[in-house]
Design a protein around this ligand. Structure first.
Ligand code: UD1
Ligand code: CA
Length: 458
């Protein structure tokens, strides 16, 4: 939706994390909490987002550079109202301003969209999001009159016993009209038990101006779960995991054991793919249809075609074509482009290499810095000797080459098409096409050797 900006508060220290890292940078499946919030805000149409940073400001800014993202600094934490005020220049009078928190990663776009819709339909000056909870201790309470009209939001520490009994809490999320937000922030006071400038006080101020204040009661309190400790981080991660896995299952992916499958929020998986237990799928990984992944596999920023069998292996920042099989116990390192119907078998490491269609590397090989053509057979123990102690060099192997077992190809070197390399060869010079290259000592037979040895001993 156009006309929307978001402010994300992230200045707090997060003492209970007991960490050198600012709280909002702690990750759930390889993505920091604040990035979940940024992505959700963006998905709701907030094109410009301002993150208010304080503790560890430099680290937070360095970690999340993106287009349309700006930062405001709150040097001293004087309360949520003060924090928003630090983003004063970012607030445009004619726009709606969404207020979110860097440590509340479970908030969904669907909920925010409903809040925005209600806010706009009711033509409110501000809409606060509330939730009904069993244990409201510590939260601000939403106080309403007998007719259910909003009166104020009072902090737990400032609330009367009657107010403390209220189970409708302020989730801390709001949509403000920019103009009204600015005007209310200018009038905030800190005459309360904590001596802080409370953002919730803006509600009462605007109500006093005769403005319309809405309170939208959200259905799922889980979405407002704030993370303050590593235990809570794990709890949030568990909720996020279930949510993501459910979405994939609803889209036609089979997940054998959803409790033991960890899929990042940006991963895409095609229909009828099966994910076996113990897999970690991260980053911008895209997996096609009819694949079988796992058990116990890690894929980070990978691009997979269809019908790939990827068994008990790790693969990073590479692509794999349809019909290829990988593993068990293969390691595909960054910048590999592996073709279709390739076999990358057990205990095979591939790095920074291109592997053509139909090529087989069935077992116990190292293929690094290599451009391999189609239908090549790498024998067991093939090693691309890419490092001379100072520099890395490339190996080129053309189509239909047969590399025998236990062969070293010392780069830079080229093997032209259709050639054979005899088992046990160490190849240091280019090999032309259609030949057999043998580079090993010839076998000699020493007759009578055993007998002589026995005679010597006695
Ligand atoms: C706040 C609300 C409370 C609500 C609750 C929901 C206020 C005064 N209270 O309480 O009504 O029920 O959230 O979780 O708003 N922050 C800053 N700068 C500051 C203070 C806070 O950036 O000066 C950030 C913190 O990093 C944190 C968030 O704002 O992420 C909330 O601050 P906190 O002081 O923890 O508010 P709560 O006591 O949780
Ligand atoms: Ca507080």
């Amino acid at each position: 939706m156009e006309n929307l900006k978001a402010i994300i508060l992230a200045a707090g220290q997060g003492t209970r994390m007991k960490s050198k890292k600012p709280k909002v940078l702690h990750e759930i499946m390889q993505k920091s909490m604040v990035e979940y919030v940024i992505d959700t805000a963006r998905n709701c149409g907030a094109e410009e987002i301002c993150v208010v940073v304080g503790h560890g400001a430099d680290k937070v800014q360095a970690a999340i550079q993106r287009e349309g993202l700006t930062f405001a600094t709150q040097a001293e934490q004087k309360g949520t109202g003060h924090a928003v005020k630090m983003a004063g220049d970012f607030i445009e009078e004619e726009k709606d301003i969404l207020i979110l928190y860097g440590d509340t990663p479970l908030i969904t776009g669907e909920t925010l969209q409903s809040v925005l819709d209600a806010h706009r339909k009711e033509k409110c000056s501000v809409t606060v999001v509330s939730a009904m909870v069993d244990n409201p201790t510590g939260y601000g309470r939403i106080i309403r009159d007998e007719k259910g009209n909003f009166i104020k939001s009072v902090e737990h520490k400032d609330a009367s016993p009657a107010e403390q009994a209220v189970k409708e809490i302020n989730t801390g999320i709001y949509v403000f009209c920019g103009k009204e937000l600015k005007s209310a922030l200018d009038r905030l006071k800190n005459d309360n038990t904590q001596g802080e400038y409370y953002l919730p006080d803006c509600l009462e101020i605007l109500l006093g101006d005769g403005k319309k204040v809405g309170a939208y009661t959200a259905a799922d309190e889980q979405e407002f779960f704030g993370v303050n400790s590593r235990v809570q981080l794990a709890e949030a991660a568990a909720i996020m995991k279930r949510r993501i896995n459910r979405k994939h299952m609803e889209n036609g992916v089979t997940i054998i054991d959803p409790e033991n499958t960890y899929i990042g929020s940006d991963v895409v998986i095609g229909m009828d793919t099966v994910i076996l237990p113990g897999c970690v799928l991260e980053g911008k990984t895209v997996i096609g249809e009819d694949c079988e992944i796992g058990p116990n596999s890690r894929l980070t920023d990978m691009e997979l075609g269809d019908s790939i069998k990827f068994q008990t292996s790790t693969a990073l920042e590479s692509s794999i074509g349809s019909g290829t099989t990988v593993g068990p116990f293969a390691y595909i390192r960054p910048n590999c482009h592996i073709g279709e119907k390739v076999k990358v078998g057990d205990f095979v490491e591939v790095k920074n290499s291109n592997i053509g269609n139909g090529t087989k590397i069935p077992h116990l090989s190292y293929v690094g810095d290599t451009d391999a053509g189609e239908k090549i057979n790498f024998g067991c123990g093939s090693i691309m000797v890419n490092y001379d102690g100072e520099k890395k060099h490339r190996t080129t192997i053309e189509d239909n080459v047969f590399v025998g077992c236990n062969v070293n190809l010392v780069a830079p070197v080229t093997v032209e098409k259709n050639s054979y390399i005899a088992a046990g060869s160490t190849i240091t010079k280019d090999v032309p096409e259609d030949v057999l290259a043998v580079a090993r000592a010839r076998q000699t037979i020493i007759s009578g050797w055993k007998k002589k040895r026995v005679q010597k001993k006695s």
